[in-house]
Design a protein around this ligand. Structure first.
Ligand SMILES: *[C@@H]1O[C@H](CO)[C@@H](O)[C@H](O)[C@H]1NC(C)=O
Ligand SMILES: *[C@@H]1O[C@H](CO)[C@@H](O)[C@H](O)[C@H]1NC(C)=O
Length: 433
């Protein structure tokens, strides 16, 4: 909007008598710029839920991310490459502009059972003292971002330093080059390798003080790996804690109250999340509308019935979050969706769907949720199911924060929501690990 006036000022020096053409051009330019500004404002402006902190900054972040996604979708449509690969390239480029957090943490890139990992070791204090440790799995819809990018590099450095802990950040393989269960397998293989007593000893880690953690799709992988490892017969290799940051935990119901309330809010609208799920399973985008209608888990789809009570938010979440929303449970749907993508109900992809016997084996759990997030209820439902199974649980809910905020702590994407969620998460780890 402000761009229009400098141009108007520049018009002054031109002599009026220059045929009246220049003022004409200037007028057209001003009109064009005003139009552009209006369009930009329209593009950037989003009606946000009232409690959100720093709304304009969030709108700008969302508009930039949306513009990048739309450019990539167009390029994808034109056959120039997969949109997610291009989007990840843009994120990687943007990432390089961010300053790297320079602490006294030793950073090593290595492989655990042929999976890439980045290990953060705090400066040694006492010569033989054992340290705490966090296995961290980054988010990004199983398709975006990197353990080595500045967002996660900074987060893990700060964690290593402030917790005096060895942090292992897993560089799992991404969609669209790899699909489920490759991401899960990578996370599991690297974690199992690290949890071997010899490897823990090599990093001077106390085996009884290791946590597994991750945000968003990384929270999904962390929960799934934690479930899988809790069922190992081996008594070694158990986690003391799990900490899940706005995790994505189910693809059964895309009409939970939080999915509906935040259908179009930044930075993760519902249709974008549904497409992340479809890409994770290498499925067909043609199913997106049907998934959003819950047609894949309608009452006449047999395989869905045994999971229904595990995502029944009418009993798993409190009225405060339920508000006046009613469940969307079609009587007739499309059985062919689960035939084409059976993994939609695989607990390694959707850890919320796991049976109660496995929930009982989970360690003490921290779940961070944000009000402005379609995934809020995934986290709340998992917290409730774990609590019902006897697991000690901390649900840390942020009323004015949005999905993905925890990595946005450094200019130009510095949000108070990012600082507050990160500090609360690290504080919980500090007190409980
Ligand atoms: C159990 O732990 C031992 C010692 O680290 C390891 O060698 C073995 O592979 C583990 N077994 C299973 C089933 O994970
Ligand atoms: C859901 O399934 C029903 C019954 O098969 C069908 O009539 C309806 O069009 C489907 N909805 C969507 C959005 O595809």
């Amino acid at each position: 909007m402000g761009t229009a006036s400098p141009v108007g000022c520049k018009a002054e020096p031109f002599p009026r008598e220059a045929g009246g053409r220049r003022p004409g051009i200037m007028k057209a330019a001003v009109v064009l710029l005003a139009g552009l500004a209006a369009f930009t404002a329209y593009y950037v402006y989003l009606p946000l839920p009232s409690p959100v902190s720093e709304p304009w900054r969030l709108m700008l972040l969302d508009a930039s991310f949306r513009a990048a996604q739309q450019a990539c979708n167009l390029a994808h449509y034109l056959g120039l490459g997969h949109h997610l690969r291009m989007l990840n390239f843009i994120i990687g480029t943007f990432d390089k502009l961010n300053p790297q957090h320079a602490e006294q943490v030793k950073i090593t890139d290595t492989q655990f059972d042929s999976v890439e990992v980045r290990v953060y070791e705090p400066p040694a204090k006492a010569e033989k003292a054992l340290r705490r440790s966090v296995v961290y799995i980054h988010g990004g819809g199983w398709a975006l971002s990197s353990a080595r990018g500045s967002f996660y590099n900074n987060l893990c450095s700060i964690m290593a330093e402030s917790l005096d802990a060895v942090v292992v950040s897993i560089e799992y393989r991404l969609v669209p080059d790899f699909h489920f269960p490759a991401q899960f397998d990578d996370a599991l293989r690297a974690t199992r390798h690290f949890m071997h007593p010899e490897v823990l000893a090599q990093y001077r880690v106390d085996p009884s003080r290791v946590a597994i953690s991750g945000d968003s799709a990384g929270g999904n992988l962390a929960a799934a790996v934690c479930q899988e490892m809790s069922q190992d017969q081996n008594e070694t290799g158990r986690f003391k804690l799990q900490a899940l940051i706005y995790p994505v935990l189910q693809a059964f119901d895309f009409n939970t109250p939080s999915y509906r309330q935040n259908e179009f809010t930044p930075v993760l609208p519902r249709f974008v999340m549904v497409k992340f799920w479809i890409d994770y399973f290498n499925g067909n985008y043609g199913f997106a509308r049907s998934l959003i209608a819950n047609n894949h888990t309608s009452l006449d789809v047999g395989p869905a019935s045994s999971f229904r009570d595990r995502v029944d938010w009418t009993s798993l979440i409190t009225p405060r979050f339920r508000k006046t929303y009613k469940p969307v449970t079609p009587t007739t749907g499309e059985a062919e969706i689960l035939q084409a993508i059976p993994s939609l109900l695989d607990v390694r992809a959707a850890p919320l769907l796991v049976e109660k016997q496995v929930l009982r084996l989970q360690p003490k759990t921290y779940i961070l949720t944000c009000e402005i997030d379609i995934l809020r209820d995934d986290g709340i439902m998992y917290a409730k199911r774990l609590e019902d199974a006897g697991v000690e649980i901390t649900l840390d809910h942020f009323e004015d924060c949005f999905h993905g905020c925890m990595i946005f702590t450094i200019w130009p994407t510095r949000f108070s929501a990012g600082i507050r969620t990160r500090d609360s998460y690290i504080q919980w780890l500090g007190e409980n690990l």
